[in-house]
Design a protein around this ligand. Structure first.
Ligand SMILES: NC(=O)c1ccc[n+]([C@@H]2O[C@H](COP(=O)([O-])OP(=O)(O)OC[C@H]3O[C@@H](n4cnc5c(N)ncnc54)[C@H](O)[C@@H]3O)[C@@H](O)[C@H]2O)c1
Length: 411
């Protein structure tokens, strides 16, 4: 007999019954191919990413909120303290507004005549349908809200979304609806929400139009780049793990991952990369695009810690299937965590990374070693925000499971 039984678990699924719970279904019957990857992703999320209060950043691309996934999955994950910060396309945040404003979207069909739909004033996102008025009313809401005095300045997109979220929440209260919107939940739970392309959505289009009427609202992209790096640095310097939970790919994927090169390569601060990488996507790696780039490729950029690479998972499946399953699994297997409310710490986090950058960064080329193993042997006590060494933390104790090391998935 070969040594297979010592290296790998036997492939022996549990028969599905009428009452099988989602989490048991995934553990018992998702055994191979992308089902196997999704089961690994569920265990990575629950056993590593959420363990020891680790920081979890969620990146959103694809038309997820129009499909109802904000209310169905993203809000419940935020409420349970399982998502600490978010980078999203503007589109997901714009279409999220429809739900927070009590508007109606419909589960239609992808096989309709779009010329007829246009005549009838109906908008289609694949099989999701809604009236053109939904767009016009949402646009008007954005324009009216951003007329306010508090919006007449330059701000990071996290601050912009926090302030917008406050008005969405107010509207939810007026309408007697709750837990419908990602932006409202982010406001309530102090979850910072960034967008990497502020101009590339209907929110950005309305902000731009209002600038022609004298609005002073501008997005501070430099603050966003530094603030997202500060979120990651804040977690790492407090001895916590930093995980990226990537749905789709696109610009938000890079904006989340580039936090590590911003810390190491640009600011000259010693760091080893994000600890855990979980991506659900349809994007392939062989075209060279960032959307399909694997965690192994991210290691070469310093984006991912090479020690934890064997734990990283890419599941090649539609987020409308994977996200509800991951959410159900996590809510079943992990108790809610205390909310980190990172939005409330934004200035302190930015100040902490600024101080560290001014200590280590230079205008000239930063001397950098890529000898990871040599780095590892050296002692680098992690500094807390107070400047104290953080020892005996979750991060220091972190070990790669021997079984996981043998896995060859996704690389
Ligand atoms: N009205 C609007 O505001 C509006 C509408 C649509 C798009 N946009 C803008 O266009 C840009 C592109 O957005 P996008 O979200 O379409 O990104 P995208 O099409 O660039 O997708 C990013 C990646 O995610 C993958 N992906 C998409 N859907 C997926 C799914 N269901 N499951 C798994 N993987 C999936 C794609 O293959 C791709 O690799 C954004 O800046 C967005 O704000 C704006």
């Amino acid at each position: 007999m070969s040594s297979l039984n010592r290296k790998f678990p036997r492939l022996l699924p549990t028969p599905i019954t009428a009452g099988t719970k989602t989490s048991d279904l995934i553990d018992g019957a998702f055994k191979a191919y992308n089902g196997g990857r999704l089961a690994e992703a569920c265990r990575l999320l629950t056993e590593k990413m959420l363990a020891n209060n680790g920081a979890v950043g969620l990146s959103l691309t694809g038309a997820l909120t129009p499909a109802g996934l904000g209310r169905a999955a993203i809000v419940p994950l935020m409420k349970a303290g399982f998502v600490d910060w978010i980078i999203s396309t503007g589109a997901n945040l714009y279409h999220d507004l429809h739900f927070g404003l009590g508007m109606q979207l419909f589960a239609g069909s992808p096989f309709l005549d779009d010329v007829v739909l246009r005549k009838d004033g109906v908008i289609r996102i694949y099989d999701v349908l809604f009236d053109y008025d939904v767009l016009l009313d949402t646009d008007a809401f954005v324009r009216q809200v951003i007329q306010g005095k508090e919006f007449q300045k330059t701000m990071g997109t996290d601050e912009f979304h926090y302030r917008l979220g406050k008005y969405v929440h107010q509207r939810e209260v007026e309408l007697g609806i709750e837990e419908t919107s990602v932006l409202s939940a982010a406001y309530q739970y102090g979850v910072p929400v960034f967008t990497s392309s502020p101009g590339d959505s209907s929110i950005g289009m309305n902000v731009a139009a209002m600038s022609l009427r004298g609005s002073k609202l501008q997005m501070d992209v430099n603050r966003d780049v530094n603030q997202t790096a500060a979120v990651v640095y804040g977690a790492k310097s407090a001895g916590l793990t930093s995980s990226v939970f990537i749905l789709g790919g696109g610009s938000p994927k890079n904006f989340m991952l580039q936090t590590e090169p911003q810390i190491q390569e640009v600011m000259g601060i010693e760091e080893r990369g994000h600890d855990y990488f979980l991506q659900c996507t349809d994007a392939r790696p062989d075209t060279g695009g960032l959307s399909g780039a694997t965690p192994a490729e991210a290691v070469s950029w310093g984006k991912i810690d090479p020690d934890t690479l064997p734990d990283c998972v890419v599941c090649y499946a539609d987020s409308t299937i994977t996200l509800p399953l991951l959410t159900a699994y996590a809510l079943d297997r992990v108790a809610p965590r205390p909310l980190k409310r990172l939005y409330n710490q934004r200035d302190a986090m930015l100040e902490a990374i600024r101080a560290e950058y001014l200590k280590h960064g230079t205008v000239e080329k930063i001397e950098h070693r890529t000898d990871i193993s040599a780095k590892k042997k050296e002692s680098h006590p992690k500094k807390g925000r107070s400047g104290r060494s953080v020892t005996g933390t979750a991060r220091d104790k972190k070990k790669v499971a021997p079984a996981a090391k043998k896995k060859a998935s996704n690389r």
